[in-house]
Design a protein around this ligand. Structure first.
Ligand SMILES: [Zn+2]
Length: 271
């Protein structure tokens, strides 16, 4: 899992953490005329926002060259983004994709590594999504301590351009890729899982297995965080609300945590 002792290598940008303003910005699209001209695309300037003080990655302060606001070429930004992703995979053993804002870049790009292949998705758009959604615990390089309860469309169709200016469409991708792409796409719009958290509310009087699981997870979270308020309302019956848990609690209580996600929702799209 996440290591607090090892930071990123000096030649890759630091992964921005929740609280860094760049993660709340809507990233800039690549203009259509540049997209159709690969040579122009490669040298297009891209802004890399300064690392926000106090919110550095797991290794502490970022490298000197990482701290200042700067402009880099699109080709360099994309190469860096893929290095950040592969560096994370080397260190942590997982990670399938990263969005440009997570390395500070103001551009609508997702770098992905799926089935052994690196992909660069430029100006991705979700052009179709299932009405069916599924609830899961969402995790992220930018908030490695949290798991956030969110709902994602079971399948989506995504259109994007590659670095050669070619347009692609990934049609009705399977769930694992679908939830990943929705997560990364949200980053391009400055949205983190915490912004769309779908908390589970449980009446303590409820006798269902899920309510019992919620109470167990609730107690574990209170122990872990020193009793922070998870109970809403000032008159009985109080409601237990669970939207964010830690990896540690999930590992301690896998079955209970799993009972709190997995819902299939059939509802009109909200995106
Ligand atoms: Zn993320």
């Amino acid at each position: 899992m996440m290591s607090a002792s090892r930071g990123p290598r000096p030649n890759v940008s630091t992964i921005r953490r929740r609280g860094d303003p760049v993660l709340a910005r809507v990233a800039r699209a690549v203009p259509a005329d540049v997209l159709s001209a690969p040579a122009a695309l490669a040298v297009m300037p891209v802004t890399q926002w300064a690392l926000s003080v106090g919110r550095q990655g797991p290794g502490g302060a970022g490298a000197e060259s990482d701290v200042a606001h700067r402009e880099v070429s699109f080709a360099d930004a994309v190469a860096d983004l893929h290095r950040v992703l592969m560096d994370f995979r080397d260190r942590e053993g997982f990670g399938r994709a990263i969005a440009a804002p997570q390395a500070g870049y103001d551009v609508r790009v997702i770098a992905a590594f799926l089935d052994g292949t690196a992909h660069t998705l430029i100006n991705p758009t979700i052009i179709r999504k299932s009405s069916r959604r599924r609830v899961l615990w969402d995790d992220c390089f930018s908030f490695p301590e949290d798991l956030v309860r969110v709902a994602r469309h079971v399948t989506v169709t995504v259109r994007f351009h590659d670095t050669h200016g070619r347009q692609h469409e990934w049609k009705d991708v399977p769930w694992a890729v679908s939830e990943l792409l929705q997560h990364e796409y949200d980053h391009l719009d400055g949205i983190l899982a915490h912004d769309i958290v779908r908390p589970l509310t449980i009446q303590p009087t409820d006798a269902s297995p899920r309510a019992e699981a919620a109470r167990i997870v609730h107690r574990a979270l209170q122990r872990e965080r020193g009793g922070f308020p998870l109970v809403e309302g000032d008159t009985p019956p109080f409601i237990v609300v669970i939207g964010v848990i830690s990896h540690r609690v999930r590992r301690q209580l896998p079955r209970e945590c799993e009972l709190l996600v997995g819902d299939e929702l059939e509802s009109p799209s909200h995106l």
